[in-house]
Design a protein around this ligand. Structure first.
Ligand SMILES: C[S@@+](CC[C@H](N)C(=O)[O-])C[C@H]1O[C@@H](n2cnc3c(N)ncnc32)[C@H](O)[C@@H]1O
Length: 210
């Protein structure tokens, strides 16, 4: 069974080794009054925990360069920096999520890079700086399928070795997953997280063929 990590202060919890601020925490309440994420980056989505569980089973290479795409509050990236020493860049189109990333990175005593960018404008040159790309719940609208497929193509061509995307089971994600299966032989698996409670969904893994 997972070890119980004591709360570091009221309204915090620890999931897969990462300290999280609950929505009642005064810092979150304050940040919410100052920054308003506009595209669903307004909370920690459960697919974060699916991805943390999957990466605990199949971890990234130690100290590898890793991008947390559509990072929201950046918990997956922070998890990878903390547990595997990854050099992490958290990417989101919405800069209003970054104060939430920064407060969690500080709480967990890790540093992560921040980049405001959209899927379609991440160039081959920029993607080529990474070896692993991860994302949780980032394909939730039909119009995100094509930009994400194109991003996967650019990423694999530019040297990214592994892409892992977790999802609670939305239709656009399954469409994306099917396209990646046809094109790259990518495999999607049903998965569940055990922390902070059971969360079910799917994890798609795309591996670059050498
Ligand atoms: C449902 S939230 C998930 C956030 C985080 N990964 C999580 O699991 O908590 C989706 C995130 O993707 C970002 N996003 C949506 N479309 C994007 C795009 N085209 N380029 C970059 N980020 C995008 C949103 O701003 C939002 O933060």
């Amino acid at each position: 069974m997972p070890e119980v990590v004591p709360q570091i202060e009221p309204h915090t919890t620890n999931v897969y080794g990462v300290h999280l601020l609950k929505t009642r925490h005064r810092f979150i309440r304050k940040l919410r009054s100052l920054a308003e994420p506009s595209s669903h980056g307004d909370k920690i989505w459960p697919a974060n925990f699916l991805l943390m569980d999957f990466l605990s089973e199949y971890p990234p290479k130690s100290r590898t360069r890793l991008m947390d795409l559509g990072c929201g509050w950046g918990l997956v990236g922070i998890h990878c920096a903390l547990k595997y020493g990854c050099k992490v860049t958290c990417v989101d189109k919405d800069a209003a999520v970054f104060p939430f990333v920064t407060v969690h990175a500080t709480l967990n005593q890790v540093k992560v890079g921040l980049l405001k960018q959209t899927y379609d404008r991440l160039t081959r040159a920029r993607l080529g700086e990474e070896r692993t790309v991860v994302g949780a719940d980032i394909c939730y609208w039909p119009e995100l399928v094509k930009p994400l497929c194109n991003l996967v193509e650019r990423a694999l061509r530019s040297g990214v070795e592994r892409i892992v995307i977790a999802d609670p089971g939305r239709k656009p994600f399954y469409d994306f997953s099917d396209l990646c299966g046809e094109k790259y032989g990518a495999v999607s698996r049903g998965w569940y997280a055990r922390e902070p409670g059971r969360v079910y969904g799917d994890v798609l893994e795309i591996i670059r063929k050498s």
